[in-house]
Ligand binder design. Structure first.
Ligand SMILES: [Zn+2]
Length: 120
């Protein structure tokens, strides 16, 4: 892969990282103490326990946020790993066969770790 292509994909990855972090902050908050660095929130879940229905709603909201959060977090981990591979010069190399990953595949999914052919 040439430097220009890699720069282009790096920009895409950085943009994706920013977007994922924005989405994460809408369903959770940063917590360096937990794996992945994010935890789900539900505004007001800890207060106002008088109304049982409200507590149930809040809990449901929390569960839902936790599910979304996990998915976003996984994506963010992949994006960060790809950016790291750019820094170390291992970007775009298939982890399975050590050959370059198809350019089209990286354009569609810049954080891809393996070539398309292994997915079938
Ligand atoms: Zn491969």
């Amino acid at each position: 892969m040439n430097k220009k292509d890699q720069e282009f994909l790096k920009k895409k990855l950085l943009l994706e990282k920013t977007e994922l972090e924005e989405e994460l902050s809408s369903v959770g908050q940063r917590n360096p103490a937990v794996a992945g660095g994010w935890e789900a929130t539900s505004k007001g879940i800890e207060v106002d326990a008088a109304d049982e229905n409200e507590v149930a709603d809040k809990f449901e909201e929390y569960e839902e946020n936790a599910g979304i959060l996990k998915r976003l977090e996984d994506q963010l981990i992949e994006v960060k790993a790809a950016l790291e591979r750019i820094e170390t010069g291992n970007y775009g190399i298939c982890e399975t066969c050590q050959k370059p990953i198809e350019k089209e595949r990286l354009e569609a999914n810049p954080s891809a770790r393996i070539s398309l052919k292994h997915l079938h």
